[in-house]
Ligand binder design. Structure first.
Ligand code: FAD
Length: 348
C-alpha cells in the first residue's frame, strides 16, 4: 500500500505533538476524516494500532470487490484504500502506525492530551475516534504463532503472486473459503484445512470450493510448520480420526478471524454499549471535544457500512471545525467551489 510517503516515523518518539485534531483509527472513516479535516484547514494527527493504513478493509479483505461505495460500481478493497490514502495525503496528516491510543486527559484550558502505547503524546483541540470494531488481532493458531520463519500471509495479496506456491489455508469462514477459491485458479496447489465438519462460509462459496481444484481436509488441525528460513511443509493431524499427514506448503494463510476489543477507549468516560460509542447527531460523544464516526458509533437506526461512516466523518469534522473556530459555519461550502481544491499538490 502506498502509505510510506505518509508515515512520520520520526515522530514516534516521546515528543509532545501539537495538532488541531487527533483522529484515532486509520480505517476508511479515519482516512476520509483526515482528508476532510485538511479541507477545513485543520492540522491532523492520525494514529492506528495496526502497522498499516486501511483498517478492516486492508487487513481482512483487500482483494474482495465492494459494490456499495457511492461512485464505484465495483471497487477492490485495496484500490479503495489506495484512493482514500491518496485523498488523505492532501491534508498532510502526521501518521503514527503501530501505536494504540491508551489515555486521554483533559487540560485546564479545555484542550486534550492523548498518549499512545509507544509513549507519544498528542496535544489537540479535539479528538475524533474512528476506531471501528476496536483494536483487532488475529485469532491465535498455536502452530503458526510458534513458527518464526517466513511464508505466513495474514491476508492474501494479488492472485498472480501465488503462481509458484503451494498454499495451505486454515479456517472455515468466508475469508478462508474466498481465498481458497481465488487462489485455486492461480496457485500451484491450494489446500484448505478446517477443524470442524462444516464450513461457516456462504453456501455458494462452499459449493464453488467443492468444484474447484482446491483440496479440502475437514476435521483436521495444523499442528506444525517445517522449513527454515521459510515454510516448506506443514503437518496436519486429524481432529477426530487419528491421522498425520505432511503437506507441501510454501505459503500458510491462517484465516481464523480476529478478536476485536475496544481496549482503553472504554475507560474514557464515554457512553459505551457493546463496544460502540453512543453519539449525537453532530457525532459528539458527550465528553467535551471528543467525537466519533464510522463503525464505532451507535444511535437509533445506525447502519454499519462504509458509506455511512464517510458521512459521519464529514459531519464530525465540520462540527469540530466550528468548535475550534467559533463563528465558522458548520457547512463547509462546496468543495467544487473552493479556491484551492484539496488535492492540489498530489497531482489530481
Ligand atoms: C469481510 C468483510 C467484508 C465487508 N464488506 C463490506 C462492504 O461490502 N461494504 C461496506 O460498506 N462495508 C463492508 N464491510 C464493513 C467495513 O469494512 C467497515 O464498515 C469499515 O471498515 C468500517 O470502517 P471504520 O473506519 O469505521 O473502522 P475500521 O475499518 O475497523 O478501522 C478502525 C481502525 O481503528 C484502529 N483502532 C481501534 N482502536 C484504536 C486505538 N485505541 N488506537 C489506535 N488505533 C485504533 C484499528 O486498528 C483499525 O485500523 C466488510 C467487513 C468485512 C469484515
Amino acid at each position: 500500500m502506498a502509505d510510506s510517503d505518509l508515515s512520520n516515523a520520526d515522530l514516534s518518539s516521546a515528543d509532545l505533538i501539537d495538532a488541531d485534531i487527533l483522529i484515532i483509527g486509520a480505517g476508511p472513516a479515519g482516512l476520509f476524516a483526515s482528508y476532510y479535516a485538511g479541507m477545513r484547514g485543520l492540522d491532523v494527527v492520525l494514529v492506528d494500532s495496526l502497522d498499516h493504513l486501511g483498517g478492516q478493509v486492508a487487513a481482512l479483505y483487500p482483494e474482495k470487490f465492494i459494490y456499495d461505495v457511492a461512485g464505484f460500481p465495483a471497487v477492490r478493497g485495496r484500490d479503495l484504500i489506495a484512493g482514500l490514502v491518496e485523498q488523505a495525503a492532501s491534508a498532510d496528516p502526521r501518521i503514527l502506525l503501530g501505536e494504540e491510543c491508551s489515555t486521554l486527559e483533559d487540560q485546564p484550558d479545555g484542550t486534550l492530551i492523548a498518549a499512545t502505547t509507544a509513549g507519544t503524546r498528542i496535544h489537540c483541540g479535539a479528538v475524533l475516534i474512528t476506531g471501528g470494531i476496536g483494536r483487532f488481532t488475529p485469532r491465535p493458531l498455536p502452530a503458526v504463532d510458534a513458527y518464526t520463519g517466513g511464508g505466513i500471509h495474514r491476508a492474501v495479496g494479488p492472485a498472480e503472486e501465488y503462481a509458484e506456491h503451494d498454499v495451505v489455508i486454515v479456517g472455515g469462514g468466508d475469508s478462508a473459503v474466498d481465498w481458497a477459491n481465488m487462489l485455486a485458479e492461480t496457485a500451484r496447489s491450494v489446500t484448505i484445512v478446517h477443524r470442524r465438519a462444516r464450513f461457516t462460509a456462504h453456501e455458494s462459496s462452499v459449493a464453488r470450493l467443492r468444484e474447484s481444484s482446491a483440496r479440502v481436509i475437514m476435521e483436521a488441525e495444523l499442528v506444525e510448520l517445517l522449513g527454515d528460513p521459510a515454510v516448506e511443509q506443514v503437518i496436519v493431524k486429524g481432529a477426530k480420526q487419528d491421522f498425520l499427514e505432511t503437506i507441501p506448503a510454501s505459503v500458510v494463510v491462517p484465516a481464523l478471524g480476529h478478536i476485536a476489543a475496544l481496549g482503553p477507549i472504554s475507560g474514557w468516560g464515554l457512553r459505551v454499549e457493546a463496544r460502540q460509542i453512543e453519539v449525537g447527531t453532530d457525532m459528539s460523544t458527550g465528553r467535551p471535544r471528543v467525537f466519533a464516526a464510522g463503525d464505532i458509533t451507535d444511535y437509533p437506526g445506525k447502519v454499519r457500512l462504509m458509506a455511512v461512516g464517510f458521512g459521519e466523518a464529514a459531519t464530525a469534522v465540520n462540527n469540530i471545525a466550528v468548535l475550534l473556530r467559533p463563528g465558522e459555519d458548520v457547512f463547509p461550502g462546496h468543495s467544487s467551489e473552493l479556491p484551492r481544491a484539496v488535492g492540489a499538490g498530489i497531482g489530481v
